[in-house]
Ligand binder design. Structure first.
Ligand code: NAP
Length: 527
């Protein structure tokens, strides 16, 4: 499929005239054709105007029509075929099997949200029927449903060029909620963004959705991304990336005349806790499995295990020895962008030269310029407590093991951690009592607690939480993965004493959408 380098503004395809960006081959650093024209502020205004005018129509589309639209996007992505995988491999440096899997996840997410829309539970219908005879005051008729927040700005992730980019989790959940979406393409994969953008644009047309339901903009600087978040027609933003980028957008959103939520997924080091019995009985096996998780995707996962806490002693020495031996065998891998590679190398260098940190092992040396060499460091609980910088995320295959004097000090360290996406406990049955005592602190600090595994490999389902207290995300009350992600883009509206003729279908008496509803506080399942 021929790339145009064009902006997709509603059904238009126009070349942006505000500078240009080119993709970079992640392996070689060479620029790849074509040039993508940057959007002007006039392009931004047009996309926002279209999105705003689409909102009231799009959010009232029938559930079946909206579900079919999401399914059409999924099918159109599959129909791009191998061109999508080839282009994405060049731009991201990620290998084919990973990207084929990620495409499957992207399509699966869209289909999952189609089912969510058909099911209708997300509308959260509640009806408190009028009680005109109630004494001393009659009761009004009150009905509640959720509606979409409004047009949503989506900033795709560099590390998930399909599953968290143009038609990824943020876009799918916002569209499912009834919100038009404007995507600010990530500069690391503009070709991938155009291919997927055109798949969405085609689905909008084929499914008869309003034109402004979707637009895709390229930004040659920061004005368009920032302008999107500042535009008063945008009512929420979804973001995955750096802490600096996410907090910059949060500040802009908070400074608006009408502040809006920014759902930013930023930085997390995902502590792994090794409990004494598990460490003693299985330390070597855990060490090998830990390294497999650490180096997966060159360590470029938000759930990468960047911190290990354990009680010091011979069992921890054995774990470190096994992990070091495994790590020394791991090849360096191409990182997503030359910039991300440079940041990684700088952070590893800084850790290696830290006075309180020793290097346990390095992976095999890089064979080319943009490959990240994995790294394993060790420090003490005292040093970790005193040096806050040791808590900073190193985006890549690097982790820090902390030798704790005892379990009490390990628990204290948990209390000092920033908000995290995940925490992994390695326990045997004899560790249960100690592990239980850690749970309250872990619940306060993380979005997902898991046992005898690692946080990498996020299941897309109904019970998944991929979120957590700041700075892992901007708002720990939500998730960006799984069906609950739709809640981020909804808000409740109550209808008091509206005549039946004016009520939306979701809350009409005869329940034409066959929804499960809470009547007078009691859940009534649709027959
Ligand atoms: P990024 O620099 O934060 O960029 C993410 C997106 O936000 C891009 O579209 C970027 O635009 C835009 N952006 C960044 N700062 C902005 C600002 N101040 N104003 C407006 N827009 C802004 O993230 P990245 O390029 O994907 O990766 C860089 C670093 O982010 C990594 O080294 C890593 O530390 C972190 N990261 C973390 C995760 C995670 O899941 N925890 C995932 C990915 C990256 P451009 O495309 O124009 O740059």
């Amino acid at each position: 499929m021929q790339l145009t380098g064009n902006l997709l503004i509603g059904q238009q395809s126009v070349h942006g005239s505000n500078g240009s960006i080119k993709a970079v081959n992640a392996s070689t650093g060479a620029a790849i054709e074509p040039a993508f024209g940057g959007a002007t502020l006039a392009d931004l205004d047009r996309a926002c105007a279209l999105a705003w005018s689409a909102f009231d129509v799009y959010r009232e589309t029938a559930p079946e029509a909206r579900a079919k639209f999401l399914e059409a996007i999924a099918q159109n992505i599959l129909d791009i075929g191998d061109d999508l995988i080839e282009r994405c491999m060049q731009e991201s440096g990620l290998p084919r099997p990973r990207l084929e899997g990620e495409r499957g996840r992207t399509v699966g997410q869209l289909r999952m949200f189609a089912d969510v829309v058909r099911n209708g539970d997300y509308l959260g219908v509640r009806i408190d029927p009028a009680q005109p005879e109630r004494k001393p005051m009659p009761r009004v008729d009150l009905r509640l449903r959720y509606i979409g927040l409004g047009p949503v700005a989506v900033f795709g992730a560099s590390n998930f060029p399909l599953a968290f980019s143009v038609a990824g989790g943020d876009t799918a959940s916002a569209l499912a909620a009834g919100c038009p979406v404007i995507v600010k393409a990530h500069s690391a994969h503009p070709g991938t963004a155009e291919l997927v953008g055109r798949a969405v644009q085609k689905a909008v047309k084929d499914c008869g959705m309003p034109e402004g339901t979707f637009s895709l903009l390229f930004d040659s600087g920061r004005d368009i991304g920032q302008g999107l978040v500042k535009d008063n027609r945008i009512k929420a933003a979804g973001f995955t990336g750096s802490r600096g980028g996410g907090t910059a957008l949060m500040k802009l959103a908070a400074a608006r005349t009408e502040p809006i939520p920014v759902y930013a997924e930023m930085s997390s080091i995902n502590p792994v806790l090794l409990f004494p019995n598990a460490l003693k009985n299985r330390g070597e096996a855990i060490g090998k499995a830990f390294v497999q998780s650490l180096v997966l995707g060159a360590g470029q996962f938000c759930t990468n295990p960047g911190l290990v806490l354990a009680v010091d002693g011979p069992d921890l020495d054995a774990f470190i020895a096994a992990a070091s031996a495994a790590l020394k065998e791991t090849g360096a891998q191409t990182m997503l962008t030359p910039g991300i590679h440079k940041t990684y190398e700088g952070a590893v260098e800084k850790a290696a030269s830290h006075a309180d940190v020793t290097t346990a092992a390095r992976g095999l040396e890089a064979k080319s310029g943009h490959q990240g060499q994995s790294a394993l460091f060790v420090t003490t609980a005292d040093a970790f407590r005193k040096n806050h910088e040791l808590q900073e995320e190193i985006f890549g295959a690097s982790s820090l093991i902390v030798r704790c004097p005892d379990l009490a000090s390990m628990r204290e360290l948990i209390e000092s951690l920033e908000g995290q996406l995940t925490a992994a406990l390695h326990i045997d049955e004899a560790d249960y009592a100690e592990a239980r005592s850690f749970l309250p602190a872990l619940e306060r600090r993380t979005g997902r607690i898991l046992v005898n595994g690692f946080g990498t490999g996020v299941e897309v389902g109904h019970a998944m939480v991929h979120g957590g207290p700041y700075p892992s995300t901007a708002d720990g009350r939500s998730t960006s993965v799984g069906s609950l992600a739709i809640d981020r883009f909804l808000r409740p509206v109550s209808y008091q004493d509206l005549p039946e003729a004016l009520l939306p279908d979701a809350i009409k008496n005869d329940n034409p959408l066959s929804l499960n509803r809470r009547i007078d506080g009691k859940l009534q399942l649709a027959s």
